[in-house]
Design a protein around this ligand. Structure first.
Ligand code: CA
Length: 231
């Protein structure tokens, strides 16, 4: 299980990141101060660090600089979280040794994709390509989906839709958010298209008495229900 340390003093953001990372199978630790993070990083080094720029104690940028000078954290993958307006400073961030940065407010699925990409680059064997929930397994590498060991055949859009929903279990996505996340910003597709593909995905997933893992939230959209019982 890859370990991720979140250093972020905005508690709601830290909790949101923890929730999403844990859903993807990471072991998550968090702290809210730069100096506390430094102490913790002397005790154990995670597989990846999500580091806020502005922190009490010592700043993210200073911590990043110090970590790069330590032999055991010299290559630790670091993603900096910066607020809008600090963008001009990002060059300084990267030159300080961060591997990547995201500007707040960022899209959580996009950050998760970057976390995976950076971990895979740094340490290919640590990142599992499998997403699991209940009796459903989705393999991102081979694009295979199974439910209770039975192979499920999905079209490319249904596959991406399921992958997107499975990476944020419990979260309700509006049709617009699903269009952005699955179809992309530049594609013009009617919101009803989402309903059509959700319908196809459900049909493929729910054979026999299998419980429907996709929840329709009236007036809001859809969620992948991580609480669904294994039928
Ligand atoms: Ca901050």
């Amino acid at each position: 299980m890859p370990k991720v340390l979140i250093v972020e003093d905005e508690e709601p953001l830290s909790l949101l990141l923890r929730y999403n990372l844990e859903a993807e199978g990471y072991a998550v630790e968090s702290c809210m101060r730069g100096d506390d993070a430094e102490v913790r990083l002397r005790e154990s080094v995670p597989d990846l660090l999500l580091l806020d720029w502005m922190l009490p104690g010592i700043s993210g940028i200073e911590l990043c600089r110090r970590l790069r000078m330590r032999e055991d954290t010299e290559r630790l993958p670091i993603i900096m979280l910066t607020a809008r307006g600090e963008e001009a400073e990002r060059i300084r961030g990267l030159s300080t040794g961060a591997d990547d940065y995201v500007v707040k407010p960022f899209s959580v699925p996009e950050l998760m994709a970057r976390v995976r990409a950076i971990l895979r680059r740094a340490n290919p064997e640590v990142v599992s390509s499998m997403l699991r929930s209940g009796d459903i397994e989705l393999d991102r590498e081979t694009h295979r989906v199974r439910r209770s060991t039975k192979e499920i055949h999905l079209g490319p859009t249904e596959f991406r839709l399921l992958e997107f929903l499975m990476t944020s279990p419990g979260r309700v996505f509006s049709r617009e958010q699903l269009l952005d996340g699955v179809w992309g910003h530049d594609v013009y597709v009617d919101e009803r298209t989402v309903d059509v593909h959700v319908g196809r995905l459900r049909k493929a997933l729910n054979r026999g008495k299998a419980k429907d893992p996709i929840r329709t939230v009236r007036g809001a959209g859809y969620a992948f229900n991580d609480q669904f019982a294994v039928a």
